[in-house]
Write a protein that binds this ligand. Structure first.
Ligand SMILES: O=P(O)(O)OC[C@H]1O[C@H](OP(=O)(O)OP(=O)(O)O)[C@H](O)[C@@H]1O
Ligand SMILES: O=c1cc[nH]c(=O)[nH]1
Ligand SMILES: [Mg+2]
Length: 212
């Protein structure tokens, strides 16, 4: 598994405003969108391409286009939905599938409550979107799900990760060189309630408000 931690002053600035407890949902949503666009640039570095003949106003030449089948972008609902527009802005031809997953806050297990994905992902390049990699249970389940259906080259785009979650992910998929995580920052640790510390709180709640 490959891990890329963004190292850029714009990412650090936007992330700091995002973390601030005084940042309300409208600004929070905007910042998530902007951060994902910055991370998407790095996350798509190895998107599959083909060479195509093109003709400029001056001369025929060879260009590069994203290869078919197009990559699949999968936001993990709810919080991952806040990252979708930022990602598809850079990858507008991607297909989009959905996984609804919720962490049981007592057992910390990931429960899948919605799935709108093709059964056959053979050979497909997949981008999973979820702002928070805490214990890693959600991302391990989502990555295993797409790998079991044949996906190759899976990149998770996250805003914050805990070292504990990264270790769990490495143990689960560490042997695979075609699994990557791109993250804006790796924080200090998990709290006793498995929240990322210092983190930004509950990403879904901060994006969309508290839903019981
Ligand atoms: O690494 P883990 O310990 O599994 O935790 C991370 C998960 O928790 C959050 O989702 P949550 O369950 O709060 O759902 P929500 O997006 O609907 O708020 C977050 O968006 C991840 O999906
Ligand atoms: O810190 C955390 C951990 C899990 N989910 C969140 O939204 N935030
Ligand atoms: Mg939540």
């Amino acid at each position: 598994m490959r891990l890329h931690v963004a190292d850029h002053p714009l990412v650090a600035h936007k992330l700091s405003v995002l973390r601030d407890e005084r940042t309300a949902s409208p600004t929070f949503r905007l910042l998530v969108d902007e951060l994902v666009t910055l991370l998407a640039y790095e996350a798509t570095r190895e998107v599959r391409t083909i060479e195509v003949p093109i003709t400029t106003p001056v001369a025929p030449t060879t260009g590069t286009k994203i290869a078919d089948p197009q990559p699949i972008v999968i936001p993990i609902l709810r919080a991952g939905l806040g990252m979708l527009d930022g990602m598809t802005r850079l990858l507008p031809t991607a297909e989009v599938g959905f996984l609804g997953m919720q962490r049981d806050e007592t057992t910390l297990e990931a429960i899948t409550y919605a799935n709108r994905l093709p059964d056959d992902l053979t050979g497909r390049q997949v981008f999973l979107l979820d702002p928070m990699l805490a214990t890693g249970a959600t991302l391990v389940a989502a990555i295993n799900y797409v790998l079991e259906r044949g996906a190759r080259d899976v990149t998770a785009v996250c805003l914050l990760a805990a070292p504990e979650g990264i270790e769990v992910l490495k143990e689960a998929v560490g042997g695979r060189a075609d699994v990557s995580v791109v993250v804006a920052a790796v924080d200090s640790h998990l709290t006793d309630k498995a929240y990322i510390y210092p983190g930004l709180g509950d990403a879904g709640d901060r994006l969309y408000g508290i839903v019981d």
